[in-house]
Design a protein. Structure first.
Length: 153
């Protein structure tokens, strides 16, 4: 007597093979290698642009200060602090001269702006020098952002 043959139905395959998983990871790695540097470069440029805008805001605050002080800007020793608080007995000081009245703006990397008046980088020293140390946070390097260098857009 022959025993009946048992027929097995093969279930469809589920899951991925190791080669398929490795192939997907390799493709994702290539995509990341192409995209991440572009995103980082875009962020760096956004930080530079934001710092330039902040410098322009400080310049506007200085102009308003000068209007109340017979055209005079604060000295280097007085600094930018006079834009947000009266240094003491200044009767010409009328209001905070910046939008944020509690603290001085900082560059996109969290560092305070540098200020010098009279500004040696401006003709006739009639304008203040304002600058950021830039991404490397070191003064005097090529990545410094300032208000005296003509920026090509």
């Amino acid at each position: 007597m022959n025993s009946p043959k048992q027929i097995t139905i093969q279930q469809p395959r589920r899951g991925f093979t190791l080669i398929e998983v490795l192939l997907v990871l390799a493709i994702l790695g290539v995509i990341m290698a192409l995209v991440v540097p572009q995103l980082l470069g875009t962020q760096q440029q956004a930080n530079i642009d934001a710092t330039r805008l902040s410098i322009k805001g400080v310049e506007q605050g200085l102009q308003m200060y000068a209007l109340d002080h017979d055209g005079q800007l604060p000295t280097t020793s007085e600094g930018l602090q006079v834009l947000i608080e009266n240094p003491g007995n200044d009767t010409k000081w009328k209001k905070p001269y910046l939008d944020d009245t509690t603290m001085l703006p900082k560059d996109a990397w969290g560092n305070p702006f540098q200020y010098e008046f009279p500004g040696p980088n401006h003709p006739n020293n009639l304008k203040a020098d304002i600058w950021s140390f830039g991404p490397d946070k070191q003064d005097g390097t090529d990545d410094d952002i300032d208000n005296w260098t003509v920026q090509s857009e």
